[in-house]
Design a protein around this ligand. Sequence first.
Ligand SMILES: NC(=O)c1ccc[n+]([C@@H]2O[C@H](COP(=O)([O-])OP(=O)(O)OC[C@H]3O[C@@H](n4cnc5c(N)ncnc54)[C@H](OP(=O)(O)O)[C@@H]3O)[C@@H](O)[C@H]2O)c1
Length: 326
Amino acid sequence: MRMLILGGTAFLGRAIAIEALARGIEVTCVARGATPAPDGAALIRADRDADNALAEVAHGDWDAVVDVTRQPGHARRAVRDVQAHHWILVSSGNVYARFDQPEQSEEAAILPPLTADVMPDMSRYGEAKVACEEAVRRGCDSWTIVRSGLIGGAGDWSGRSGYYPWRFAHPTGPDVLVPPDLNFPVALIDVRDLSAWIVDCATRRIQGAFNAAGPTITLGELLATAQEVAGSQAVARPVPAPTLDEAGVGSWMGPSTLPLWIDDPEWRWFASLNTDRARQHGLTTRPLRDTLTAALEYENQRTEPRQTGLTDAEERDLRKRLPEAG
Ligand SMILES: NC(=O)c1ccc[n+]([C@@H]2O[C@H](COP(=O)([O-])OP(=O)(O)OC[C@H]3O[C@@H](n4cnc5c(N)ncnc54)[C@H](OP(=O)(O)O)[C@@H]3O)[C@@H](O)[C@H]2O)c1
């Protein structure tokens, strides 16, 4: 079997390549080459912003193509130019129009597609992914659309899955400062589980659109698991929302944040995708403990700057602002 991965050198794409190689699949990755392809995979350097970027792989007689792009133009040109027996688009739960109610199934309303080829910024990410999905639906006969929830584990450069295990392992005081709402719903899918199922989709030519996410739990449960895998004596200490606002601490991801929660009722059920359909088609997910352990190992060895959470100085400063600190 010959698989073309459009991407394949970063987090999820790399894990898909590694999984496919382990199953004896011949893998070719296309990327600009910021990082090398996994050992055993071929890398073709190309910048997909160019109209003819995929000329070299256009007539490869690929058994399967996996595309991880966020850019509608990339997706449109890929299905126009590359021939494959089966196409897999890695999409996102962000395609859904509303998250103020739990358990979006694949039939829930989605956003309108972005008409432009280039997403202007991440605020249009959901619409951009809808446009990528539309390109695949229209341009391919055999396809799987994988609407992923939050992905965690080794290689999670965003730091969302690794921040709390790392913080519990490296506390700045007797406690770890956490968001105020420990009942906030969260879900993490291990990058290894998602990759394995995506390779299954390629080998079995699974048809249709699927939500693929980890089980929905509470933030409090995730924090307890993070504390456990870190072997930490520090306790989780929720910070009131007004204190976070005053300190300029944000949410979800990025620098100066407490990740994995969103202080907005319209996004409360973001992490509650209904995954029944994917599970009926073979998706399995490992215990969260294993994912957070892998994320912690990655954070402990991270060479590039941390992307998400509070620095030591920021956490100490925030602790001083807590009402009880007086
Ligand atoms: N992380 C999450 O929690 C999460 C949640 C839901 C859905 N998703 C989806 O999951 C996928 C994540 O995939 P990933 O981790 O492999 O993606 P990624 O980290 O965004 O990497 C993108 C890949 O595409 C290549 N690339 C980017 N721009 C390119 C260009 N102009 N021309 C050619 N290649 C280009 C990159 O290599 P170069 O930079 O070297 O070109 C890299 O191999 C995405 O589809 C994302 O939307 C992620």
